[in-house]
Design a protein around this ligand. Structure first.
Ligand SMILES: NC(=O)c1ccc[n+]([C@@H]2O[C@H](COP(=O)([O-])OP(=O)(O)OC[C@H]3O[C@@H](n4cnc5c(N)ncnc54)[C@H](O)[C@@H]3O)[C@@H](O)[C@H]2O)c1
Length: 374
């Protein structure tokens, strides 16, 4: 079977990790053929560290000349929909980093282009590879807790330093990133929430802007979600707590579960008794490399995607509804009112102070190294 040639646009923090995984043969049936980054430091790094890989200095040259079968987009979020659409127009399969985009309207356009192209379209929801969340999803969907009533997710293990926020001019600005913790870190759990429990029909949110850091966007958020079946959910996240937790609780009519760390605890009603079962999960699954392998397999032999690109929309819906709610002071419905959200985003971008400084360095291909003290 033909080896899939892959290009990556954006060789920063995560793009360099994808490049190294491909270079080191950790993605079966795929090879890295080209990269593109506008930063000369990243181009130099790529020339020195990625043998036999073509280096492009802008996306136009990449799309017109690389000739790769598939492209991975690991550029800042605003670029995901337009570059995905360009990829499809050039006959490429596309794997977008999360989030699918900043605004639902742009994500919907990307989905239309994907559909028209018939190409493989994936999104890097790497936490879907985690066997613990797969088991939680199975239990909820197969009714093992009875009818779902309530969910509570406290996901505060996203601590980020001021240096992190200063490490790129796009970061934590309305104009460069389009949001804060809800747009960058918590999308993983927002996606898992909707993957496990369904898409909320309405969200009410409170966000704290720059509570822990010198940034203009939110670094703390609390969402109150309503679901179609009458269930409710509370979702709390921040990048400000050095010793945060990641604790999911789901309650149903016949049981409850808690997923925290690598431990899943399930309480089941059994007549008048309650049984308690604890399951330890040794690994968190294949994560990023798992999704890369799944994407390559989908191209090669039509394997089903664990994270189809189309499923990136639901998380952006939740995030956009939350921002609308912060500004209206009211509960906001999903699907979101895209006209109102686009107008809000335009205002926020216009008021964005932006950042003059950046401490961006050459990448190291080892994602998380910069947070390794945690
Ligand atoms: N799945 C995950 O776990 C995960 C982890 C980190 C980042 N991400 C996502 O990946 C994306 C990038 O994040 P990052 O932390 O690697 O950022 P980063 O700033 O470290 O890297 C982005 C790179 O894109 C380059 N770039 C910017 N604009 C470009 C353009 N127009 N054309 C070509 N190159 C351009 C920059 O020079 C930089 O090298 C974000 O959307 C982020 O949400 C996902």
């Amino acid at each position: 079977m033909k080896t899939v040639s892959i290009g990556i646009i954006g060789i920063g923090n995560i793009g360099s990790a994808h490049a190294v995984a491909l270079r080191d043969g950790r993605v079966e049936g795929a090879r890295l053929a080209a990269i593109c980054d506008i930063d000369p430091n990243k181009q130099t790094w790529a020339r020195e560290n990625l043998p036999d890989v073509a280096v492009y200095e802008n996306h136009r040259d990449f799309f017109n000349h690389s000739g790769v079968d598939a492209v991975i987009l690991s550029v800042p979020h605003y670029f995901h929909p337009p570059y995905a659409m360009e990829g499809f127009a050039h006959g490429m399969h596309v794997l977008s980093e999360k989030p699918a985009g900043v605004a639902v309207s742009a994500v919907k356009e990307m989905m239309e282009a994907a559909k028209a192209s018939g190409k493989v379209f994936g999104i890097m929801w790497n936490q879907r590879t985690d066997p613990m969340y797969q088991e939680v999803r199975r239990m909820v969907q197969e009714g093992e807790l009875g009818k779902p009533l309530r969910l509570m997710w406290q996901t505060t293990r996203w601590y980020r330093t001021q240096e992190y926020y200063d490490s790129g001019t796009w970061r934590a600005t309305w104009d460069g990133e389009g949001g804060g913790v809800l747009m960058n870190q918590a999308p993983h759990q927002l996606d898992l929430m909707q993957w496990i429990f369904g898409v909320p029909t309405a969200v009410r949110a409170e966000c704290a802007m720059g509570k822990y850091h010198d940034i203009e966007v939110e670094d703390e958020a609390t969402l109150f979600c309503r679901f179609e079946n009458g269930a409710t959910g509370i979702f709390h996240t921040t990048t400000g707590e050095e010793h945060g937790v990641n604790r999911l609780e789901i309650f149903g009519t016949t049981g409850r579960l808690t997923a925290e760390g690598r431990t899943l605890t399930v309480y089941r009603k059994n007549g008048k008794q309650t049984t308690v079962e604890t399951k330890e999960f040794e690994t968190s699954g294949g994560q990023h490399v798992g999704i890369l392998n799944n994407f390559a397999a989908a191209i090669r032999d039509g394997s089903p995607l664990l994270a189809p690109g189309y499923e990136g929309l639901a998380e952006v819906e939740i995030c956009n509804a939350a921002y609308l709610s912060v500004h209206s002071g009211k509960e906001e419905a999903i699907p979101t009112d895209t006209k109102r959200f686009d107008a809000l985003l335009r205002d926020l971008r216009a008021s964005s102070k932006g950042k003059g400084k950046t401490t961006q360095e050459a990448p190291d291909g080892i994602y998380k190294k910069r947070w390794s003290n945690l």
